[in-house]
Design a protein around this ligand. Structure first.
Ligand code: PGA
Length: 249
């Protein structure tokens, strides 16, 4: 059985003060959740968040990691720096990184391999644009994104990997893929992983989330779909009440 995983992606939101207020409210609200609950926070909030969620059921995540152990990479963050603060999960290859910061399938793959080597669990984002969806190329595109992101990852490591399928047209737009659309697209990704590794690996080890305007209203319908193992939540993760409702869909 694949345990559901709901992760908040705070993006470039929340100061330390905001973090304290949000987590103070969130911690009791999700204390009895069955799904694994993760908050992926900006670097400056990792220490505060880590101290606050110690001893709770909330896990700590970051929003990126560099592929080198250390060195001259101004503005980047290393796996050791994150691990030192108790980070367990890391988002890699979010479409905003791909779109605005030159992230490519190759750099995504390098970050994924480094995360796994160091013991961080990557949440790998894949997704198509509206144009790619409408023209029908999304299937081959998602298969290629998945294959390239996972190059060099072993089947033993697949249970530490989470893939987040996030159609770009649904992110922050209020426009969600229908539950059926999300389910069918995630099945395409899972079938690709079955082909690359084995059917059992894809079925039992790999968790695949949906992301893109997931909120308290649509969470239960999405989570009821057999292929959808969780959600990567942007906007709705910034309010304790909303996020807790998604976590407990
Ligand atoms: P959203 O963002 O929930 O605000 O659409 C999701 C994401 O970008 O991970």
């Amino acid at each position: 059985m694949r345990q559901p995983i709901i992760a908040g992606n705070w993006k470039m939101n929340n100061t330390i003060k905001d973090t304290k207020a949000l987590l103070t409210d969130l911690i009791p609200l999700v204390a009895d959740s069955k799904a694994e609950c993760v908050v992926c926070v900006p670097y400056t909030n990792i220490q505060t968040a880590g101290e606050m969620i110690k001893g709770t059921n909330i896990k700590l995540g970051a929003e990126n990691v560099h592929w080198a152990d250390k060195g001259a990479f101004t503005g980047e963050i290393s796996a050791d720096m994150l691990l030192e603060l108790g980070v367990e999960y890391v988002i890699i290859g979010h479409s905003e990184r791909r779109q605005y910061f030159g992230e490519t399938d190759e750099t995504v793959n390098k970050r994924v391999l480094q995360a796994l080597k160091k013991g961080l669990k990557p949440i790998i984002c894949v997704g198509e644009s509206l144009e790619e969806r409408e023209s029908g190329v999304y299937k081959t595109l998602l298969e290629a994104q998945t294959e390239k992101a996972l190059a060099g990852v072993t089947s033993d490591e697949l249970d530490k990997v989470v893939i987040a399928y996030e159609p770009i047209w649904a992110i922050g737009t209020g426009k969600t893929a229908t539950a059926q659309e999300a389910n069918d697209t995630i099945a395409i990704i899972r079938n690709k992983v079955a082909e690359l590794y084995c059917k059992n690996c894809a079925q039992n080890k790999l968790r695949i989330q949906y992301g893109g305007s997931m909120n308290p209203k649509n969470a239960s319908e999405l989570m009821a779909m057999p292929e959808i193992d969780g959600g990567l939540i942007g906007g709705a993760s910034l309010k304790a009440e909303d996020f807790s409702k998604v976590v407990k869909y």
